[in-house]
Write a protein that binds this ligand. Sequence first.
Ligand SMILES: Cc1cc2nc3c(=O)[nH]c(=O)nc-3n(C[C@H](O)[C@H](O)[C@H](O)COP(=O)(O)O)c2cc1C
Length: 184
Amino acid sequence: MTPEELETLITARRSNLLIDASREIDSSIVERIVNTAQWAPNHKRTWPLRAAVISGDSRRVLGDTIADAMAAHGDDDIKVLKTRGKFMRSPIVIVVAAAKGDTSNETEENKYAVAAGVQNMLLMAESFGLAALWGSPAKGANDAITALCLMESTDHVMGIIYLGWPTQSVRIPERPGNQVTYLS
Ligand SMILES: Cc1cc2nc3c(=O)[nH]c(=O)nc-3n(C[C@H](O)[C@H](O)[C@H](O)COP(=O)(O)O)c2cc1C
């Protein structure tokens, strides 16, 4: 791959939820995408990535699980109701979490490592022509999500990634100029 090809891949990736929810993704593709997350750097080789690949009816279970936690935290009814069905919008949903470290610094750096892993996944998805979107988990739902995904309760859910074949492309959000200091 040339630098230009890599640059093209990186800049072509968009957050896109315009997905054909009824079109399956071959499981070998999903597996390859998830595996790329483990190739991100991680400090002290703590290997903090935790992931759950969710499809079929389990997407609704995920929605209900998060919605129930939101309701218990007093979120408004409309938001709670919307959450119940929201994960049906893509054929695959990937919950990504970072393991707790032995120190607060390690826990923080584990999150950086997992964020880098998510970007690997998003780029790999782009290389297959798939649409993906990194969604934030609802506040207060961490324990409910980790329990459903058979993770440790101390794992921190970093995001819920929607994955599927695109029905449309999305507008490219403008990037501000980089704030980079060059010292020589
Ligand atoms: C940590 C994180 C959380 C995000 N959460 C959401 C979200 O909850 N909903 C959403 O629509 N987009 C979410 N995004 C995607 C951003 O909105 C998106 O990256 C941004 O608008 C830039 O667009 P681009 O990814 O196409 O370059 C999230 C991105 C990150 C890095």
